[in-house]
Design a protein around this ligand. Structure first.
Ligand code: GCO
Length: 264
């Protein structure tokens, strides 16, 4: 089998929320496979510029665009700019997301709505405007970053689980509607990864840290680079007949009910 199936040379990949963490790791994987990277950030130009410098220091082609993925006007304006300044978008990774850990009975409605807006509505907004170019070209790849919470609940992350569960079904519906245009839409569900988002629950001795190590058959937190293979696969020709699938990169967590504390 030719490795050119996974070659992303001459492809333009937009990754939202790619100034750090899993987004940066996935974008680096796409860049190493040959893609020209368009890195979105929303917090600050300084952070975005620093991230772009990190990519280029690795020898990757990267362009930074600062815009709020929940703001449709900014999304439209920046997709037009990207298409004029970099090229039409071949690959979209909807990675930007937030989490608020609060018991549902204590959660403010505005906080619940904000999580839904960023984690579920923004992939719709960005995909709706990027897919137009893909339909015109007759090909494209969209990858929505789901979660263990697309399948499981957990105390204090109810808004996030609602959003990520919705994103799983939005992925399937995008796949249903856009496969006829040769646009493949799939998802990646990361397990528990060592990032800034999980830092608060990953501290040495934190009960959740010990729980995840025991609950994950691989017996470790994921390294962000563990996501690069699935990302390249879903962004490349190798997945041209894969639609509406969520690939869980989780060390086996979803495969098992877990084991008693005293079992090896
Ligand atoms: C949490 C974690 C999870 C992980 C990831 C799992 O609080 O349970 O932050 O949400 O980050 O989403 O797939």
């Amino acid at each position: 089998m030719s490795l050119s199936l996974f070659d992303l040379k001459n492809k333009v990949a937009l990754v939202t929320g790619a100034t750090h963490g899993l987004g940066m790791a996935m974008a680096q994987g796409l860049g190493r496979a040959g893609a020209t990277l368009v890195i979105n950030g929303a917090s600050s130009q300084t952070k975005l510029d620093a991230a772009v410098a990190e990519y280029t220091a690795l020898g990757l082609q990267a362009h930074g665009y600062l815009f709020d993925v929940t703001n449709e006007t900014q999304v439209i304006e920046n997709i037009q700019r990207i298409e004029q300044e970099v090229g039409s978008i071949d690959i979209l990774v909807n990675n930007a997301g937030i989490i608020k850990r609060t018991p549902l009975e204590d959660m403010e409605v505005k906080d619940f709505e904000q999580v839904i807006k960023v984690d579920l509505v923004s992939p719709f907004i960005v995909s709706k405007h990027v897919v137009k170019g893909m339909i015109a070209k007759g090909e494209g790849k969209i990858i929505n970053i789901c979660s263990m919470m697309s399948e499981l609940g957990r105390n204090t992350v109810g808004a996030y689980a609602a959003a990520k569960g919705g994103l799983k079904m939005l992925t399937r519906n995008m796949a249903t509607e856009w496969a006829k245009y040769n646009v493949q839409v799939n998802g990646i569900g990361p397990g528990y990864f060592a990032t800034s988002q999980t830092a608060p629950i990953r501290k040495e001795g934190h009960p959740f840290n010990d729980f995840i190590i025991s609950r994950t058959p691989a017996g470790r937190w994921g390294d962000p680079e563990d996501l690069q293979g699935a990302t390249i696969f879903l962004a490349s020709k190798a997945s041209d007949f894969v639609n509406g699938q969520i690939i869980y990169v989780d060390g086996g967590l979803l495969a098992t009910i877990g084991k008693p504390a005293n079992e090896n």
